[in-house]
Design a protein around this ligand. Structure first.
Ligand code: NDP
Length: 254
């Protein structure tokens, strides 16, 4: 059974670029009503395109998901406007690319990653769950293949994504049949977050000076649009997880 999301109300965090932007287009194409959020980047163009693609109503809400008050306001403003909530897509995420030993001693960059990726999803979900129980709704969680396939220089990112998977697998049991949760673990998707990885013409990643001991094989890059389509299909079916190993076939030879 695949849910028809036409007219349903969907919050997408981190909707201003990459996968989140294409999730807005994919839900829009299917006629869902949308609340799009991000911190800084413009959401208006994405909102206009989602509307043109078929969404009957799109609102934009500026919010920083690492701030608990912003998450509360995001859910409240959405429900005040639309009167309900059907899908929450916890997509907003950042990374910090550095070797552990090069990280500042106060670990601010590491904390920022956990605050956005892990706590941002948990806070938003906390406020959304009562509404999702009412609507028998869905939660989508953006984990990553890196939660089980470690890659140097992104230790805290990988940990944040593993924490999400463990947390939401537990929440699935607590929420029972009322709210279905789909945990998504993509590999390497074209977006701003992966822009620091440069693939040469031969498909080899250009290795930075401090990483010259690491050989990285060609990584197939899927498009954000392809990824978004697979995610909405999975969420509509109520799948427990969406894992596409072919999206991630890096091998690290130390
Ligand atoms: P992008 O950098 O293209 O998009 C990230 C989005 O999140 C932007 O809209 C950004 O807007 C928003 N954002 C970042 N921090 C916050 C915050 N604190 N509060 C609200 N919004 C925020 O990345 P991707 O599209 O690649 O990533 C989307 C998700 O997919 C992330 O969770 C990422 O970890 C995950 N993922 C990505 C993979 C990939 O290969 N691309 C692979 C596996 C998982 P703004 O800066 O204006 O706030």
């Amino acid at each position: 059974f695949s849910e028809n999301v036409s007219g349903k109300v969907v919050i997408i965090t981190g909707a201003s670029s990459g996968i989140g932007e294409h999730l807005a287009y994919e839900y829009g194409r299917r006629g869902a009503r949308l609340a799009l959020t991000a911190r800084e980047k413009s959401l208006q163009e994405v909102a206009d395109t989602a509307y043109d693609l078929g969404s009957p109503d799109v609102i934009t809400i500026r919010a920083d998901v690492s701030n608990v008050d912003d998450c509360k306001r995001l859910v409240e403003e959405t429900v005040n406007h639309f009167g309900r909530l059907d899908h929450l897509v916890n997509n907003a995420g950042i990374t910090s690319v550095c070797m552990f030993e090069d990280a500042p001693l106060d670990m601010t960059n590491f904390r920022a990653v956990m605050d956005t990726n892990f706590w941002g999803s948990v806070y938003t979900t906390r406020f959304a769950v009562p509404h999702l129980r009412n609507s028998k709704g869905k939660i989508v969680v953006m984990s990553s293949a890196k939660s089980w396939l470690p890659e140097p220089r992104t230790s805290v990112y990988n940990a944040s994504k593993a924490a999400l998977a463990a947390f939401f697998d537990t929440l699935r049991i607590e929420l029972g049949r009322d709210v279905k949760i789909t945990i998504v673990t993509p590999g390497h998707i074209e977006s701003e977050i992966t822009r620091d990885r440069h693939l040469s013409k031969e498909g080899k990643m250009e290795v930075e000076q401090d990483m010259r001991d690491v050989q990285v094989s060609a990584i197939p890059v899927a498009s954000a649009s392809e990824c978004a389509q697979a995610i909405v299909n999975s969420a509509c079916r109520g799948d427990r997880s969406l894992t596409q190993p072919s999206w991630y076939s890096a091998t690290y030879l130390w």
